[in-house]
Design a protein around this ligand. Structure first.
Ligand code: DGL
Length: 269
């Protein structure tokens, strides 16, 4: 048993889709969350910059006595997971593995669409993982660079979001994919818009939710779960405006962020 918190980070609000699932699936676990809201988006930046940011994010989280780190960001997981796993002794889990495994498992026509940031799509991370699992699966990738700014501004289910989503998703629809990996942790907030365009017969895989499931198994297997009855503590840190994080973050978590959110200078780490 291990009551220490889990550290989670993302470039901004997106990682809260994973936190929401952690809270649901592991209600006794404490969480320290860092959203790098001052430097979002990661998805349009070079691999060097994303890797530098990810090292800083992890060094910040290591100030807390945490037991595990989740990179709740598709871009950071795609680009920097291996480098940080080599560097740090603490277990570090990204979102690509679990989402790819789930998509490969549920696709029946073996045609999977992958949507993500430019960085994630360029890295081919999901495609490689899926092909490792089942080389007969066909993948169709599409970068959706406007989705993150839409979500960070709360444009989730309106005419603008629908128009942008239609433009991005139409080519995947033409390929008759039966499963879509929402390969960026911001995208589950657009689930309804994406589902309306793709149709209800297409399954949407949420990387945060799949990773939360995997983390539960991992902690169980290593006997690292918090003690039954442990009262969890949640702490939130950001690198930009505290107010907008609390407001939009509550949307992501589907519950009020009542704890104080602290602003930190991530460049110090
Ligand atoms: N939520 C992130 C991801 O999964 C980051 C998006 C971004 O910062 O561009 O890729």
């Amino acid at each position: 048993m291990d009551n220490r918190p889990i550290g989670v980070f993302d470039s901004g609000l997106g990682g809260l889709t994973a936190v929401k699932e952690l809270m649901r699936q592991l209600p006794e676990e404490s969480i320290v969350y860092f959203g790098d809201t001052g430097r979002v988006p990661y998805g349009t930046r070079s691999n060097e910059i994303v890797t530098k940011y990810v090292f800083q994010d992890i060094r910040f989280l290591l100030n807390f006595d945490i037991k595990l780190i989740i990179i709740a960001c598709g871009t950071a997981s795609s680009i920097a997971l291996e480098a940080v796993q080599k560097e740090f002794a603490i277990p570090i889990i990204g979102v690509v593995h679990s989402a790819a495994a789930q998509a490969a498992k549920i696709s029946t026509n073996k045609k999977i669409g992958i949507i993500g940031t430019q960085g994630t799509i360029n890295s081919n991370s999901y495609v490689r993982k899926i092909n490792e699992i089942d080389p007969s699966i066909k993948t169709f990738s599409k970068a959706c660079p406007l989705f993150v700014p839409l979500v960070e501004n709360g444009y989730l289910d309106n005419e603008v979001a629908r128009l942008v989503a239609k433009e991005y998703l139409e080519p995947l629809k033409q390929e008759s994919v039966d499963t879509i990996i929402m390969g960026c942790t911001h995208y589950p907030l657009l689930r309804k818009t994406i589902a309306d365009i793709m149709g209800q017969q297409v399954s949407l895989v949420d990387p945060g939710a799949e990773t939360a499931r995997y983390v539960k198994e991992f902690l169980q297997e290593k006997d690292m779960l918090a003690e039954p009855g442990n009262k969890p503590e949640y702490r939130y840190f950001v690198s930009d405006s505290v107010e907008s994080f609390s407001r939009l973050g509550s949307l992501f978590l589907e519950k009020e962020i009542i704890q104080s959110v602290e602003k930190i200078d991530i460049e110090k780490y």
